[in-house]
Design a binder for this molecule. Structure first.
Ligand code: BG6
Length: 478
């Protein structure tokens, strides 16, 4: 279903995110028939260039970043015709009148701040001063949304001076992933799982987001951030919220976000001995973390594993284990709900435990798998084996699975539609920082040194110990 006509201004329109994700995402939505021909996309950045040069730059980006075979000449020409460019000074007055001249009445106006957070306040103010935005406009901001609670609060305050909370769309692209939304559909659209979804039946929950890439060219950003700020405070925290929250009364933005906020506020502080930080070593042909960030003494972590609890009636006593890192064995993201053992075994191989595990795979092969115990086929008596009930979305949905939009595409379309459900609210982001701040401060105070780990491994051994001490095991990263 096409969205309404819009004027979308991308500040930072020549930047990495715009070229890699936002513009190719918009191209794919146009190709899918979701963007009407009356839409306009306006790149805005500091570099001096005209519309033709911008179109050429975007055309190159489409070639570089769209999957092979997706680009066709006709759609490309159509897409490029939607584009224009304005040279703008975020901190001065240049370009603003020209930008105001581009904005049309009667269409949705949206402003994507794909720039450093230090410019958010300036942009909001200029948009207002020069009459570019109005009370119906939408503002999209990217992570990192601050680097601690105080800075996030300041950003919220700056934006709130000119925009209402209902106009602000804080992106966490994990919320745009298909499986993440499916998690809500599975939990709240079936009767099967919800009665078991609590401390009485769930032994523990593990969330793993493993990557094979290193920090590459992003060293200067990453070294000030680390896995805690880059991944845990946002992406893993959002996954944790969706898996643990109470059923919202409606699938609407505030009902969902209220429930997520309650989870974050109920998180126990993490004890220092329940957290493991790691940093990758050099591999045979890959640099070490410290070489990547060009600081031989960096104490920033590229890996985190931790255990936390949620202090509420549903989850009291159920540990939540979170793990993420770069340069690990495989690119795997999974949430695993590990159920308790059957209370009593009537079968002969009762010394073996057979556990039901619901695995929700974000990538690769998005889908779900439920481990169930059955009888081993054959005449060997009542021997039990565990088999997966597999629901890989691509298999279940057939060719439709190819039409699933990527996270950015979906989220940008939600902005145009005015649906905030999959975006973070200001109080949520602040609450998430309030939980991570003391941990980060603790490491800085103690001069905590991350444990080295091998490239292609599953992280430092201490992360394995974190589970072993509790008599549990991490799921395999494969
Ligand atoms: C980004 C982080 O938000 O998410 C990156 O800044 C990380 O460090 C990326 O690599 C992971 O996203 P995805 O969608 O590839 O799992």
């Amino acid at each position: 279903i096409p969205v309404d006509a819009f004027d979308l201004v991308i500040f930072g329109g020549t930047g990495d995110l715009a070229r890699r994700k936002i513009l190719p995402g918009l191209y794919r939505r146009l190709a899918a028939g979701q963007i009407p021909p009356e839409a306009r996309i306006i790149g805005a950045a500091r570099s001096d260039m005209d519309d033709a040069a911008y179109r050429e730059m975007v055309s190159d980006a489409l070639v570089d970043f769209l999957p092979k075979g997706e680009l066709n000449d006709e759609t490309r020409a159509q897409f490029l015709s939607l584009l224009s460019y304005v040279t703008i000074d975020a901190k001065g007055t240049d370009g603003w009148a020209e930008l105001a001249g581009h904005m049309r009445d009667g269409v949705v106006s949206a402003f994507y701040f794909s720039v450093a957070p230090s410019l958010f306040g300036d942009l909001a103010q200029r948009l207002h001063e020069h009459g570019v935005a109005d009370e119906g406009s939408r503002v999209v901001v990217e992570k990192p949304f601050g680097h601690d609670r105080a800075s996030a609060k300041a950003l919220n305050r700056d934006l709130a001076q000119h925009f209402d909370e209902t106009q602000i769309y804080r992106i966490d692209h994990y919320l745009g992933k298909e499986t993440v939304q499916n998690l809500m559909a599975v939990r709240f659209g079936n009767v099967l799982f919800e009665p078991l979804w609590n401390a009485q039946y769930v032994d523990h929950i593990q969330i793993t987001v493993a990557e094979t890439v290193g920090v590459g060219g992003r060293g200067s950003y990453y070294d000030k951030s680390g896995a805690m700020r880059d991944m845990v405070q946002n992406h893993l925290m959002q996954l944790l919220c969706l898996i643990a929250m109470e059923p919202p009364s409606r699938f609407d933005p505030d009902a969902v976000r209220d429930e997520k906020l309650k989870v974050i506020r109920a998180l126990d502080p993490v004890e220092p001995h329940h957290i493991v930080r790691g940093q990758y070593d050099a591999g045979a042909d890959t640099p070490s973390y410290r070489q990547d960030v060009e600081d031989p003494r960096s104490l920033t972590e590229s890996f985190i594993a931790l255990r936390t609890h949620i202090s509420n009636w549903r989850w009291a006593g159920t540990p939540f284990y979170l793990r993420t890192g770069k340069r690990l064995k495989a690119r795997t993201s999974e949430i695993a709900v590990v159920f308790k053992d059957a209370p009593h075994s009537i079968f002969e191989d009762s010394e073996r435990t057979h556990r039901n595990i619901l695995s929700i795979r974000l990538q690769p092969n998005e889908g779900m798998e439920l481990g169930v115990t059955i009888k081993e086929p054959g005449p060997g008596g009542m021997r039990l084996i565990d088999v997966p009930l597999d629901m890989t979305f691509a298999d279940a949905l057939g060719p439709d699975a190819d039409d699933v939009p990527d996270a950015y595409e979906r989220l940008i379309m939600d902005v145009i539609r005015g649906n905030q459900t999959l975006f973070m609210r200001g109080d949520e982001v602040e609450a998430a920082w309030a939980w991570t701040d003391p941990l980060i401060e603790g490491w800085q105070r103690r001069g905590d040194v991350p444990k080295p780990y091998d490239v292609g491994s599953v992280g430092p051994d201490d992360a394995l110990m974190l589970m072993h001490r509790d008599g549990r095991r991490w799921r395999e990263i494969k």
